[in-house]
Design a protein around this ligand. Sequence first.
Ligand code: TMP
Length: 239
Amino acid sequence: MNKTDLLSEGKTKKIYNTKNNFEVIIHYKDNITSFNGKKNELISYKGVLNNEINSCIFKFLNSCGIKTHFIKKINKREQLCHKLKMIPIEFVVRNFICGSLSKRLKIKEGTKITNQITEIFYKNDKLKDPFINDNHAVFLGISSYNELNIIYKIINNINNYLNKYFYKKNIILADFKVEFGKNYKNEIFLSDEISPDTCRLWDKITMKKLDKDPFRKNMINKKEILNIYTEVLERLNKE
Ligand code: TMP
């Protein structure tokens, strides 16, 4: 499972080919970004924490029967994963009003959503990842109605499993973003990452933010971010 050539590099991860045509190695960098990469800083050790947190969450989802790209963690910064062709859509799942939805609908952050809202965004840096709907996605040729319906069902399961998983760790899953890809047989797999970078996580009792949001809002320094991510990892590792 040695790395061969660099396949792609994103804001927080590098993806390497391996000698096996069906597997890649994902390397977690120390970058933390927001506002589509406009704010981009290095926090030493963050990649190690994110690799560990993601490995915990994807291992859990695998154990629930969700098909994910994750095969195994191979070292502090890297995972072995199934090689997929990514669908360029960000699926945002919301259990509480927050962030961009709060701004769009002018509803107070923290308001409970009783019917789980799923939104889709076209992953396109030049267009700044616009909010789209299923018709747009099909028109753009980036997905089909059938594929989207399959993904929405998977997402409902993921949300149910993760809500319970985090709640046991005294964490409320306010919202999160997921991405999917297809393998050589066109089977759909959960991919990318689920971590404090891509979720809003709140302490069940104090409502303290256990995610990237305070960084986005310039409310905390790098050391505090590391402390928060470490706290999340410690909670996930606790039985
Ligand atoms: P939003 O409220 O800013 O739209 O974000 C919703 C959730 O999706 C939040 O948990 C952060 C996550 N997210 C990402 O991980 N990457 C992104 O590019 C965006 C826009 C949101």
